[in-house]
Design a protein around this ligand. Structure first.
Ligand code: S3P
Length: 182
């Protein structure tokens, strides 16, 4: 186990990763959880399990509002399950109720990545994300970042995870966490 300053304090509270599509909430979340020896959950995967259908199908068949309602319920349940690293979908923290709950029960971390890098990342898997379907990805991500940025900004911590490798990003996350509890 890596020697992580203030590990006990870090692991005593749920860590919730927020940010735009493509910021690395899931891929970094898995690695962060492994490094800290905490459970990992991905809110979108839990919504899919609960609904027995994919996020894309929920959007298509029931609409975004139904997805947001399910998302709120699932996150509430997950946050009652004790400390874990939890990756949220990009829009979850924008919901007032979900955000209030996250801020009450967890340490929120905004994974900040500039839009041009997000565009390159999400273009690799364009079908995975219903909000980007038939859209100019560049323009849509700019628009979302403009409206969501000020709300993401209210996260307890903000960590720049742009450039570099996953290992670099985990190092930055652990440094921010240790500094927070130091
Ligand atoms: C969304 C992001 C997606 C998923 C859904 C809506 C959003 O998750 O929850 O497609 O509103 O930004 P990722 O951020 O993991 O792509």
């Amino acid at each position: 186990m890596a020697d992580i300053k203030h590990r006990d304090k870090i692991c005593a509270t749920p860590i919730v990763l927020i940010g735009m599509m493509g910021a690395g909430k899931s891929s970094l979340g898995i690695r962060l959880a492994e490094t800290l020896d905490m459970p990992f959950r991905d809110a979108d995967r839990e919504i899919e399990k609960a609904a027995a259908m994919s996020v894309a199908d929920i959007f298509e068949q029931h609409g975004e509002q139904a997805f947001r309602d399910g998302e709120r319920r699932v996150i509430k349940r997950l946050l009652s399950e004790g400390p874990m690293v939890l990756a949220l979908g990009g829009g979850a923290f924008i919901d007032d109720e979900t955000r209030a709950l996250v801020q009450e029960k967890a340490l929120s971390i905004w994974l900040d990545v500039p839009v041009d890098e997000l565009v390159m990342r999400v273009k690799k898997k364009p079908d995975k994300r219903p909000l980007l379907k038939n859209q100019n990805i560049d323009a849509k991500l700019q628009e979302l970042m403009q409206s969501r940025g000020p709300i993401y900004q209210t996260a307890r911590l903000k960590v720049d995870v742009s450039g570099g490798t996953h290992k670099d990003a985990i190092y930055r996350l652990l440094s921010a966490l240790s500094a927070h509890y130091g």
